[in-house]
Design a protein around this ligand. Structure first.
Ligand code: G
Ligand code: G
Ligand code: NA
Ligand code: MN
Length: 249
């Protein structure tokens, strides 16, 4: 309850901000996207992690306003880099909002941007609960120009045949698989099969949570095309993005 009231105020007062974590091409470490991640520095509660406040936002319906804030802020933060593509995380509850797609389109237009700049990161839970509705909504978002990415892939229960029914542009291999690379031979085989799946479906494959040079080396060997993680770059404030582009190109 306290968190809910504080969050409501935080949204109104724009106490929330975004950090941006690069997604790079494995071959040359060129930045292809940045993923926007919410940060909340509350004057009363201190730093609150999205792992804590996003579930509260979902339960209370604040998630809709939060979701619009994220897209709006990404547009204004990144106005100096119009060519840079942005991924945003979307909760299942947001997709249930009948105005979700129209609102996002309107926000991008108002800021001189367009849906084509945005990738929506969704999780498997969304697809399993009501596949027929999810399919229709995802098709509509695609038709409006958004790209779609399946986040935390491998942690849910969706099968390959199942995945094919949805119009994803990319899948993100959950960081738990990457963490086991090298240490556990099964992890290598699993990642290999996810890369093969991406190739067969003609969608991009991103490995999340790359924390070491050894993981980077193995993921290149396994022909994983895109990488994200602390070893490549941490989530950065917008003021620090310029320096990153000088480092990674
Ligand atoms: O950035 P961090 O690792 O603390 O994020 C923790 C969790 O919060 C992750 O699951 C991430 O996807 C989620 N998260 C971060 N920013 C957003 C956001 O803007 N919207 C939603 N729905 N989830 C977010
Ligand atoms: O659920 P989602 O994949 O959106 O979670 C994104 C979260 O993962 C972000 O909060 C980010 O801070 C975190 N993250 C990004 N890179 C790494 C990494 O290399 N290792 C770990 N442990 N977490 C990471
Ligand atoms: Na994500
Ligand atoms: Mn993820």
């Amino acid at each position: 309850k306290r968190l809910e009231a504080a969050l409501r105020e935080a949204i109104e007062r724009e106490e929330l901000s975004l950090v941006y974590q690069p997604i790079v091409r494995a071959a040359d470490l060129q930045v292809t996207h940045v993923e926007a991640l919410l940060r909340w520095n509350s004057p009363t509660l201190g730093f609150v992690s999205p792992g804590e406040f996003v579930p509260v936002a979902e339960e209370t319906g604040l998630i809709h306003e939060l979701g619009r804030f994220v897209v709006r802020r990404a547009c204004t933060d990144l106005a100096d880099w119009p060519g840079l593509k942005v991924s945003v995380n979307v909760s299942p509850a947001q997709l249930r909002d009948p105005n979700f797609a129209n609102d996002l389109v309107a926000i991008t237009r108002r800021h001189g941007s367009a849906p084509g700049r945005f990738t929506l990161e969704l999780t498997e839970g969304l697809l399993v609960r009501n596949p027929t509705i999810a399919k229709r909504k995802l098709a509509r978002l695609k038709a409006l120009g958004f790209s779609l990415s399946l986040d935390d892939f491998g942690t849910g229960f969706s099968s390959i045949g199942y995945l094919r029914q949805f119009p994803f542009d990319a899948l993100k291999i959950d960081r738990s698989f990457v963490a086991d690379l090298g240490a556990n031979p099964t992890a290598n085989a699993l990642i290999q099969s996810m890369v093969a799946l991406g190739d067969a479906m003609d969608i991009e494959v991103v490995a999340e949570g790359v924390e070491t040079g050894e993981q980077l080396r193995l993921l290149r060997l396994l022909r994983c095309e895109y990488l994200q993680g602390y070893h490549i770059a941490k989530p950065l404030k917008v003021a620090d993005l310029g320096a990153l582009f000088e480092r990674l190109g």
